[in-house]
Design a protein around this ligand. Structure first.
Ligand SMILES: [Zn+2]
Length: 332
């Protein structure tokens, strides 16, 4: 018996299947939040933003399709804003940042299974070789030959790099995201100097508008993830308003669609504020997605703060849970 089959039998016996199969009777919307789709071990950059391989995404979509409708566009908008009754569990599948692998790896899977995905590209990254801060931090910490890395912005942080580079990356990512970090350019410059290494030529890393239009023509949806992926809580109200209205304007011009969804960059509870939510509504977004928070239960949904679930490590789908558990149990 294969390890996966064995694990699936253990799960069946323990009632996890029954629990998951009870989900469709509960009214609400599960919104999954992916970033990159592919093999995390092959990247030179941040592995933490990979949630599935293309094959894993396919299994997850098929699992969901057997149990609940996968929705996007106006249907999702009406369900989450109360214009359409939530009579059962629905799922939505979202992808933040607009990496090229969303087009090369995720899109073919979704198209072949007839499932809509919702993509939130960053305007300034579209079609570019940009290396965003999380990818640069991961690259610098993984490739430095210095034993200790330190920055002083916004407060001092000193980390022994050691042999577990993945563990050493995390405190720098957390530090960057602190709401009091008002000078992220200085933080990165300090880290570059401390690491003493520079980025290689990356090649194109983000999908372009032509690819986005091809995805729209095949039934995919797009929303805003701001112009620059700035953490909105670190910005003035005026700057936030510009990020939201300008990104919406450019998406509508490039894609020829009404854009009604926003995903807050980073999306944790400290990455946006009540004021950000008001600005999002004023800027014409009927739905705005956080990164965390669980699933959206009927009766407690706030359209300007829709909760999402990261598909890793504890994923909603059984296949994903099986993968997560398999990795945890069987990886030496
Ligand atoms: Zn993002």
């Amino acid at each position: 018996m294969s390890k996966r089959l064995l694990l699936s039998r253990i799960l069946k016996r323990s009632g996890v299947f029954a629990l998951l199969d009870a989900l469709p009777s509960r009214p609400g919307v599960i919104v999954l939040n992916h970033h990159r789709i592919g093999d995390a071990s092959k990247t030179r950059y941040d592995r933490g933003v990979f949630s599935q391989t293309a094959e894993g995404l396919g299994e997850q979509v098929r699992f969901l399709q057997k149990r609940m409708p996968i929705v996007a566009g106006e249907e999702l908008e009406e369900l989450l804003t109360g214009k359409r009754p939530l009579d059962r569990t629905y799922a939505a599948i979202t992808f933040d940042d607009g990496y090229l692998d969303n087009y090369t790896n995720a899109f073919p899977v979704l198209r072949s299974l007839g499932a809509p995905g919702i993509f939130f590209p960053v305007i300034e990254y579209a079609g570019s070789d940009a290396v965003p801060w999380w990818d640069e931090i991961a690259y610098l910490v993984r490739n430095t030959d210095r034993p200790v890395l330190e920055v002083s912005t916004p407060v001092p942080l000193r980390v022994q790099v050691g042999s577990d580079r993945e563990a050493a990356i995390r405190p720098f990512l957390r530090h960057y995201k602190r709401p009091e970090n008002q000078d992220s350019a200085r933080f990165l410059q300090e880290l570059r100097e401390s690491a003493g290494c520079s980025l290689p030529e990356p090649g194109r890393r983000f999908l372009n508008w032509g690819e986005a239009r091809e995805m729209v023509a095949a039934g995919m949806e797009f929303g805003s993830h701001t112009c620059s992926h700035t953490i909105l809580s670190q910005q003035s109200a005026e700057q936030q308003r510009w990020e939201l209205t300008e990104s919406r304007r450019i998406l509508e011009k490039e894609l020829g669609l009404r854009i009604h969804s926003l995903a807050y960059p980073v999306g944790s509870s400290s990455a946006f504020t009540d004021e950000t939510e008001k600005i999002a509504i004023d800027a014409g977004f009927s739905l705005a997605f956080a990164f965390q928070g669980g699933w959206n239960r009927s009766g407690s949904i706030r359209p300007s703060h829709v909760q999402r679930i990261s598909p890793a490590p504890m994923m909603v789908s059984l296949e994903s849970q099986v993968f997560g558990l398999t990795r945890a149990i069987w990886t030496p």
